[in-house]
Ligand binder design. Sequence first.
Ligand code: AMP
Ligand code: MG
Length: 317
Amino acid sequence: MRNIYPNIFKFNKKNLLRAQKLLKKNNVIGVPTETVYGLAGNAYSEKSIKKIYKLKKRPKKNPLIVHYYDLKILKRDAIIDKNFEKLYKKFSPGPLTYILKKKSSSKLCNLTSSNLKSVAVRFPKNKIIRSILRNISFPLAIPSANISESISPVRAKDIIDDFGKKINFIFDGGFSKIGLESTVINLIGKIQILRPGFISPNEIGKVLKRKIIISKNFKKIRSPGLLKRHYSPGIPMKLNCKKNEYKAAFIVFGKKYKNKNNLFNLSPKGNLKEAAKNLYKIFRAIKKLKYKKINVVKIPNKGIGVAINDRLKKASR
Ligand code: AMP
Ligand code: MG
């Protein structure tokens, strides 16, 4: 089949080298990760980082997550401790982002972490992004590949919805396995979760042998994921609904819903991981169908359901 999107590329050796070359030359490219698709740029290059902020229309005070292959380059940029090491061993590579102290000798461009003394770091698990990171000499800043506040992309084509041809190289890695942004944990001072995600406070607590809470209002460290409105399809959304109204899109969860008009089931099986994976896919479908209102049933607030409810709440503001 002919590729109708000239800026979407399949993964092979030739394209891998091409992607790495683009990054070395301070270009920004679209990449798959296991959480959502991202816009990747050299985290040491002010030129690349400026491009990312401009493309996303992201406020400069919202820092980006820096992605590494492993600890080798990370150790040049950030200070690590025992807690980090324990979590790294258990959860990385994977969907966990750590807030660490930045080294003063770090080559990270100041704008990457919005001039903060801290830096958010992650080690993504997706094969394609790991191949890219493996043999370049700099880490990649990778925020989600969407305009600030809007729906995160979960496949290559979604990036084109927001950016058209502005991104001229996007790797196709199929649908994102998780489909929801990483868990963000602060390891400076009070250890707490700044943004819930696939990895739960309980799992982290078991490794660190302490109770881990999700921060309610983490003011000292600025966090884009904590912006009031975020992840939004830009349509009024009502949560915890028992039934639908005339002509509204109805987002439901579980077995008891029969397939009807306007019904979008996050997981007919009632599986929360599946629901997380479908959330942004369904937001995008509803937006394309030009619905004027969205009603959502109550989603169980356990496991990854906590992260789903966090995103729903932010999308409904
Ligand atoms: P996004 O790029 O939209 O997935 O969001 C990035 C996330 O990284 C935010 O939710 C923040 O919680 C977090 N973040 C990035 N840098 C920092 C930092 N230096 N301090 C605290 N949080 C950060
Ligand atoms: Mg984002």
